[in-house]
Design a protein around this ligand. Structure first.
Ligand code: GUN
Length: 298
């Protein structure tokens, strides 16, 4: 089969980066350097990789990024104090606390501590609330925003479409459902959210015009769960043991890509689908925050 049914996340992310880079240049011309701070707690290997990718892309676009690494056993109070300091720092336009956090830290308290106007992750209750209410002044979480942008820029009709989202997590499934059901251009979908207690998930999936897999189970979605011609978006990143692989494991998504590709109308590769879009939306949110802070000062 040709490449024609692949949704190229890297190419679409590059389009978004181009426009973000131009906005950064315009800000810099006015003497404003967009500033983004990453906070990692502990040495989760996947988080190290993700934050590293975000740092490199920030630098490429002219966004000034700084990373704070706290010890894995750092008290929650230390993290909250750092966030408070960054909230008050006018050079910081975006603050991202990389998930997952160690168990002794209350994520809800941490994400609520980030100033909503600097919450480029969109995890603060105010931003989540605005998303649910359809108020576009908030920040939308980056992975759902990236999935939406992929659909829109690929010309996939969303209005009226049957969308099935697998997974109800706060980072992807829940905000994505809110975003796609919105009464708004490129939204207006009929959204079903399936989760670990859903009955007959396969039957729900087979009705989907757009199927988004974000439940974090390796290759959960099989070809017989996909309607012919459906658009399939794979958000999953799962480690599976593979003694033959150099690291002893390999990364797979939430869908059986090889079997589904011939059935799907459009499909995201993984890697190279949703992942690059998450970073693109993060940096777009950061520039928007810098623009807003500058406008408020003018
Ligand atoms: N971990 C996995 N995805 C994300 C994300 O979008 N933001 C943060 N902060 N952590 C994550």
């Amino acid at each position: 089969m040709s490449d024609s049914n692949l949704i190229d996340g890297r190419a679409i992310a590059a389009e978004v980066h181009e426009s973000t880079g131009a906005r950064v240049a315009a800000l810099r011309e006015r003497g404003v350097v967009p500033g983004l701070v990453f906070i990692r707690v502990g040495e989760d290997p996947a988080s190290q990789v993700y934050v590293g990718m975000k740092e490199r892309m920030s630098a490429k676009l002219g966004i000034q990024s700084t990373t704070h690494v706290l010890a894995g056993d750092a008290p929650e109070a230390e993290l909250l104090a750092l966030i408070e300091k960054l909230n008050a720092d006018a050079a910081v336009h975006g603050i991202l606390v990389q998930a997952p956090l160690p168990r002794h830290i209350d994520g809800a308290r941490v994400y609520s501590a980030v100033a909503p106007g600097k919450d480029v992750d969109g995890f603060h209750p105010v931003n989540m609330g605005k998303l649910v209410l359809g108020d576009p002044s908030g920040f939308v979480p980056c992975t759902p925003a990236g999935v939406h942008e992929l659909l829109v820029r690929s010309g996939v009709p969303v209005a009226g479409a049957e969308v099935v989202v697998l997974g109800r997590g706060n980072i992807v499934g829940k905000p994505l459902a809110a975003l796609l059901m919105q009464k708004a251009p490129h939204a207006d979908a009929t959204v079903t959210v399936c989760h670990s207690r859903s009955r007959d998930i396969a039957a729900h999936c087979r009705r989907a015009d757009i199927l988004v897999a974000a439940m974090g189970v390796a290759e959960f979605v099989k070809a017989d769960m996909v309607k012919k011609g459906a658009v399939v978006i794979d958000v999953g990143v799962n480690r599976v043991d593979d003694p033959a692989a150099p690291k002893g494991y390999r990364l797979v998504g939430d869908i059986d890509f090889a079997a589904i590709r011939p059935v799907a109308g459009r499909i995201t590769p993984n890697p190279g689908g949703v992942g690059p879009m998450t970073i693109a939306m993060l940096l777009q949110n950061t520039v928007r925050s810098a623009e807003a802070a500058t406008a408020a000062r003018a």
